[in-house]
Design a protein around this ligand. Structure first.
Ligand code: FAD
Ligand code: NAP
Length: 413
């Protein structure tokens, strides 16, 4: 048995990384790793979970499919297999990411949660401290730090009056797997983003009785317009037309295809869907069947919740509902402010202060924070790897020159 001081001695290590440290082994971290590998730059990826892409493997429901066509979701330098459908399933996406990591020989350090990262001005290096589930601590020291912990690192759990006294099951959407066990149950889904809509649809498909809370407003667009992806069509229009006009066209088409969603208790925001995404990061819902269920009354839309009490919820309109279970589809947030000790590049909400920014000072980078999904992460990853590789290769050249000058001096001597 170790004494305390012996245990501390053995459990604290210090590792110099000759290259960048990437925090997070999700699609963004893997993409940076792959691009660095191609440039011949060594790196270390630190991941708190015991697998790659933990969001996809551990924190998503069974029925999940990519909601954008596959060509917008593949990572750099390695396309999806040809036989994959236009909208790959979660399993297919995970298989693709596993092959991606194998192909580029990416082996993250699993079970290492980054607890703090700080730039050491005196030594001009980043000091990154991790802790493992059994309490082992490691300090990584490096020249570059790539933040790849994602826009959805932590669940958002709202503080609603009485929630603690509800008594029934309350889970977040990240712990929801399938509606199978909710058959015949009255379930309130709080939130009407893509998660809220898809969880409600899944519950309804499993013969539960879902009621979905829509406390403010939401844009719902069809996933496809005349067989073409709405996202792709929007991208095409945006290269020719101003954003406000593309928004107007999308809303008119959505009205023709889906009808007036306000008839079903859903309010549309006053700002257009793409402008809202660009300015406030709020993603429009791409409908894959929930709206039809709402129209037919199988999913009930309800306003905000005033308070919970034992087995009951009271809505802001005074109505009271008896409920068996609650699913909090209330979204996610970044966790960067909890561990990165820096306030120039990242703002308090854990996103870079300037939109579309991927490069900070002193070798700090951010990948996957531009609210542009997997396509945005791939674009960031390519730029980051090129930027780091340039400095890394210049440094290497200088070191080699110094060594050869030194050798010439020795041989002359
Ligand atoms: C249900 C759901 C469905 C989605 N579907 C789509 C879609 O179809 N298309 C699309 O483009 N986007 C989709 N997204 C958005 C999605 O989050 C991203 O596209 C993608 O997962 C982002 O990858 P990432 O690597 O940036 O973040 P993540 O996938 O979240 O990966 C970040 C990794 O960092 C690790 N990590 C976090 N904090 C630490 C720490 N302190 N120390 C060490 N490791 C840490 C996490 O464990 C995680 O593995 C979806 C999101 C959700 C929630
Ligand atoms: N198939 C797919 O590809 C897929 C599936 C699911 C999710 N996603 C992606 O994952 C990301 C997260 O989506 P998400 O739906 O989980 O989160 P989200 O888009 O942030 O939506 C959160 C929802 O919860 C509501 N909410 C928050 N707090 C509330 C409260 N106290 N009371 C009532 N409602 C509350 C919000 O309402 P307000 O608007 O009023 O704040 C909003 O409707 C998005 O980028 C999304 O596109 C993709």
């Amino acid at each position: 048995m170790f004494t305390i001081s012996e245990r501390n001695f053995f459990s604290r290590r210090c590792v110099w990384v000759n290259g960048p440290v990437i925090v997070g082994a999700g699609p963004s971290g893997l993409a940076v790793g792959a691009c660095l590998r191609e440039q011949g730059v060594p790196f270390v990826i630190l991941e708190r979970a015991d697998c790659i892409a933990s969001l996809w493997q551990k924190r998503t429901y069974d029925r999940l499919k990519l909601h954008l066509p596959k060509k917008f979701c593949q990572l750099p330098k390695f396309p999806f297999p040809n036989h994959y459908p236009e909208y790959p399933t979660k399993r297919q996406f995970i298989d693709y990411l596993e092959s991606y990591a194998n192909h580029f020989d990416i082996k993250p350090q699993f079970n290492e949660t980054v607890e703090s990262a700080k730039y050491d001005e005196a030594c001009k290096v980043w000091r990154i401290k991790t802790v493992s589930p059994i309490g082992c601590e490691v300090e990584y020291i490096c020249q570059w730090l790539v933040v790849a912990t994602g826009e959805n690192a932590e669940r958002v759990v709202p503080d609603i009056e009485g929630l603690k006294h509800f008594g029934g099951e309350v889970i977040h959407a990240c712990d929801y797997k399938s509606g199978e066990k909710y058959q015949g149950k009255k379930v309130v889904v709080i939130g009407c983003g893509n998660s809220g809509m898809e969880v409600s649809l899944d519950l309804s498909n499993h013969n539960a009785q879902p009621s979905m809370v829509c406390r403010s407003s939401v844009h719902v667009l069809p996933r496809e317009i005349f067989g073409k992806s709405t996202f792709e069509l929007a991208m095409f229009m945006m290269s020719w037309l101003p954003l406000w006009l593309v928004d107007k066209i999308l809303l008119i088409i959505a009205w023709f295809i889906l009808g007036n969603i306000e008839n079903y208790g859903l309010k549309r925001p006053s700002i257009g869907p793409l402008t809202l995404k660009n300015t406030q990061g709020k993603t429009p819902v791409l409908d894959i069947g929930a709206l039809e269920k709402i129209r037919s009354g199988k999913i009930k839309v309800i306003p905000g919740i005033k308070r919970f009490s034992c087995g009951t919820i009271e809505l802001v309109n005074g109505e009271k509902l008896e409920v068996d279970s609650v699913v909090l589809a209330t979204g996610y947030c970044s966790n960067v402010p909890f561990w990165l000790q820096e306030s120039e590049f990242f703002s308090k909400n854990g996103f870079p202060k300037a939109q579309n920014n991927w490069k900070g000072k002193s070798g700090l980078y951010a990948v996957g924070f531009t609210r542009k999904g997997l396509a945005g992460a791939s674009a960031d990853a390519t730029k980051i790897a090129q930027d780091i590789a340039k400095v890394y290769k210049d440094d290497l050249k200088q070191k080699k020159q110094k060594v050869s000058t030194h050798r010439r001096c020795i041989s002359t001597f």
